[in-house]
Design a binder for this molecule. Structure first.
Ligand code: PLP
Length: 517
């Protein structure tokens, strides 16, 4: 591919993407393919000869697109949002376009420095205490990790290293390998799977403590667990608090967990992967009460802040805790600014390779930078507020239907609901809806009951889209609660168009194949 072909192809791709978003409502949210659909039909070997870009795009349309789940469809209500925006696409394109590595400052100075700048900007927008920011005089700072999973593991490994150093100061003769086997990490039974996995990967026993009836991990529960473990000769080392659990978006009270951790010098990490983003709106900062006790704090920018995976913003109170744990030197990695990692140094430019697991680092901050500039802080705030308002609208619709219960009390853009009768009807409802592929939601358990999670995910979602989703749910509910004969009649009659946005002319319906011919 020469630069002219690159230009032509890229223009076509951008057109395809613009059409995709303009017409996303014309697609079912879930694809109609069976497992193995692509594997079974793909050639066994990579092409020997270069293919024309037109052919590559044609195959993309024919082979890839039919197997895509449309995360940005307004009828995608599963998991949590995955960030997308035109600003993000531009940033990704630029980042991939210049394709630099930023493991040292000299490897690409802009890569390190723009990350420092954007992490300061974002930290301030979230209202984080200034000691977490690179721009503060202390050793705190922010880094973009690939995922909340990595952040949880990085925190765990740093906590382990810090605890070993502390114990060595007390007794230089301890067997450090033996002592590490006694370390224990704690989180609530509502934590994301990645938290438990951090324990597995970091070889630390992870105790998932029972949350209260509101799915929160309470300070007293943590204190009791510490005491039990200490009595067994174990050493509490690391706690992960949730600010917004994946199931029901519950918030662990940092103001209760923090003092317990402080008493034992235990590292407190906050997994605020989804809901932490809401702190850019001052009215939601109450969730961070107790942040003064926290050692590390992570928000997935790639969830609710219009930036795509992988962009997880992690701040630490003391970056030397990371550097001490991860600094491995090689002569070929010597930088022009070798003072950067010396405690007390005046350097303002971090060597981020010592703050993370891999050596290599992509220019991820470009995506954050373009999004912050193209959408502005106000654009991001109104995106978050809009999602929360839309979730409230959905609650009103569900509560007006006496067949349903909304519980727990909805938080942020997540609404959990179930049918009033037994769990099997709610399960059947979700199963049927998933099979029809018009709307996508997943479930969780709340107080022993099966509830469906409805999350406002797409940045494109409108009030009308929420009503479309609700109508699909309500109609399916009527169908499963009626006798079989009646069900058949309803099915036969339900030929009317699915989508609310009937004003999109069919000729503009996205057709990648036609466009790329
Ligand atoms: N923590 C919470 C609360 C989550 O909801 C998720 C994913 O949805 C994660 C962590 C994992 O995020 P990542 O995929 O960035 O590791």
């Amino acid at each position: 591919m020469d630069s002219q072909q690159f230009r032509d192809c890229a223009i076509t791709v951008i057109d395809m993407l613009a059409d995709y978003y303009d017409n996303i409502r014309d697609r079912k949210v879930l694809p109609s393919v069976e497992p193995g659909y692509l594997i079974k039909t793909a050639p066994e070997n990579a092409p020997e000869q270069p293919e024309k870009w037109e052919h590559v795009l044609k195959e993309f349309c024919e082979i890839v697109m039919p197997g895509v789940t449309h995360w940005h469809s307004p009828q995608f209500h599963a998991y949590f949002p995955h960030g997308s925006s035109f600003g993000n696409i531009i940033g990704s394109l630029l980042s991939e376009g210049i394709a630099v590595m930023g493991f040292t400052w000299i490897a690409s100075p802009a890569c390190t420095e723009l990350e420092v700048v954007t992490m300061n900007w974002l930290g301030k927008l979230l209202g984080l205490p200034e000691e977490f920011l690179n721009c503060s005089p202390g050793p705190g700072g922010g880094i973009i990790q690939g995922s909340a999973s990595e952040a949880a593991l990085v925190g765990l490994l740093a906590a382990k290293d810090k605890m070993v150093r502390k114990l060595l100061r007390r007794d230089p003769d301890i067997d450090t390998e033996l002592i590490k086997t006694k370390f224990v990490a704690y989180a609530s039974d509502q934590c994301n799977s990645c938290v438990e996995k951090a324990g597995v990967l970091g070889s630390m026993k992870m105790r998932l403590l029972q949350s209260d009836s509101n799915c929160k991990l309470r300070g007293e529960t943590l204190r009791k667990a510490f005491e039990e473990d200490k009595a067994k000769g174990l050493i509490p080392c690391y706690v992960i608090a949730n600010l917004g659990t994946t199931g029901t978006c519950a918030f662990d009270p940092l103001y209760e967990l923090g003092p317990v951790c402080k008493e034992e010098s235990v590292w407190l990490h906050v997994d605020a992967a989804y809901a932490g983003a809401a702190c850019i709106c001052p009215e939601y900062r109450y969730i961070m009460e107790g942040i003064e006790y926290v050692d590390s704090f992570d928000v997935n920018v790639h969830k609710w802040l219009l930036v795509s995976f992988d962009c997880s913003a992690m701040w630490v109170r003391d970056s030397f805790d990371l550097i001490n744990a991860f600094d491995v030197q090689r002569i070929y990695l010597d930088d022009v600014k070798s003072d950067a990692n010396v405690p007390g140094s005046e350097e303002i430019v971090p060597d981020y390779r010592h703050w993370q697991m891999p050596l290599g680092r992509r220019f991820r901050s470009l995506k954050l930078w373009t999004v912050l500039k193209i959408h502005g802080a106000e654009g991001l705030r109104s995106h978050i507020r809009n999602h929360i308002t839309l979730a409230k609208h959905f609650v009103t619709l569900v509560r007006a239907d006496e067949r349903f219960v909304v519980e727990p009390e909805p938080v942020m853009g997540l609404v959990c609901f179930r049918l009033k009768n037994d769990d099997s009807s709610t399960k059947q409802l979700l199963k049927n809806l998933t099979a029809k592929k018009e709307i996508f939601m997943v479930a969780c358990m709340y107080r022993g009951r099966y509830v469906i999670r409805f999350v406002i995910c797409s940045r494109l979602t409108t009030k009308e889209d929420v009503e479309v989703s609700w109508n699909i749910i309500a109609k399916e509910t009527s169908l499963i609660s009626r006798p079989t004969q009646e069900k058949k009649a309803i099915k036969a009659a339900s030929k009317e168009p699915l989508y609310y946005h009937k004003n999109i002319p069919m000729e503009t319906v996205n057709n990648f194949y036609e466009r790329s011919k």
